[in-house]
Design a protein around this ligand. Structure first.
Ligand SMILES: Cc1ncc(COP(=O)(O)O)c(C=O)c1O
Length: 297
């Protein structure tokens, strides 16, 4: 019993229509699927991915991985505090151990997460059994329940299927920003057969189709749902931005009063506006954009 039910998630998350001439003039409706409102601390896809894993951890220490500004590490730390679970965060970058914690890691630590810093080469090899065993030993967490970077394991992917089910019949095209592809993998599996899903990659490299397919095979046994990935809107890669993207996000916030998370949601919304302008969607299409996060103050 993890007490998740006491956290009162707002599910199904709200679906809101936006009035925006950049879509309306092409005959398109834009809906926002407000997963950022599911829970004040387990925000967006973090709830959907972490909840089944926290249940499976059954009270054991939860150990997971992330970079210095990882949303996933913060959410795991917050879950630990809220549920009384101990958590360990394995952080990329041994050099960070000797520096003051940045605000994101400071929040993790304040929530009780024990931080364990590893060098980048170890971090890259963290899924290899020998390396993982070494990291667990060094972190004094050999019995921990291990959640992968970004939280995307088969349980998490199956948890994200509910997002698709909530959207069934509500939109023709559902769009979502992708890091590991785990949320897309589950979402696409939960949509109805006449809906399609569009993933906007925020990392550079073009590996996401293969990764998402592999996550679906592990979670569901096969590729499923109608989905594609657009690799044009990463703005140089993870956490990279440009003055144009920043101006776009600020303008979106002013127009709609929506706080726009910059690493993922800004790139998704920018991609959708561009695709609408390019005529990528037939008139009469209803689009739903999933708001998977909220800016970290
Ligand atoms: C706000 C936000 N949106 C989207 C994603 C992408 O999720 P995934 O790694 O499942 O593709 C993440 C990463 O976890 C995220 O923090």
């Amino acid at each position: 019993m993890t007490g998740l039910d006491t956290l009162r998630p707002r599910l199904p998350s709200p679906l809101q229509e936006l009035s925006d001439p950049r879509f309306a003039r092409h005959g398109l409706r834009l809906l926002l699927k407000r997963d950022d409102l599911i829970h004040p601390e387990l925000i967006g896809n973090k709830w959907r991915k972490l909840a089944p894993n926290l249940t499976a951890a059954a009270g054991r220490t939860v150990l997971t991985f992330g970079g210095a500004y990882s949303n996933h590490l913060r959410a795991t730390a917050a879950a630990g505090r809220l549920l009384g679970l101990s958590t360990v965060g394995v952080v990329r970058g041994a050099e960070l151990a000797d520096r003051p914690l940045n605000p994101s890691l400071a929040r993790c630590a304040a929530d009780g997460m024990r931080l364990h810093f590893v060098d980048r080469s170890t971090y890259r090899r963290k899924t290899e059994p020998d390396t993982l065993a070494r990291v667990l030993r060094a972190a004094d967490a050999e019995d921990a329940y291990v959640v992968p970077e970004g939280g995307s394991n088969p349980l998490a992917v199956r948890g994200c299927r509910a997002l698709g089910e909530e959207l069934a019949g509500r939109a023709n095209v559902v769009a979502i920003a992708c890091g590991t592809g785990g949320t897309l993998a589950g979402l696409a599996a939960g949509l109805a057969s006449d809906q399609r899903c569009l993933g906007v990659a925020v990392l550079k490299g073009g590996f996401l189709t293969a990764d998402t397919e592999s996550l679906q095979r592990r979670a569901f046994g096969a590729r499923c749902g109608d989905w594609t990935i657009d690799d044009r809107f990463h703005f140089g890669g993870y956490a990279r931005t440009t003055p144009e993207l920043e101006a776009f996000a600020e303008d979106f916030e002013h127009r709609h009063g929506l706080p726009v998370e910059r690493l993922y949601v800004a790139k998704l919304l920018y991609g959708l506006v561009t695709l609408a302008e390019e005529g990528a969607f037939a008139r009469g299409t209803t689009l739903a954009a999933v708001v998977t996060g909220r800016p970290f103050p």
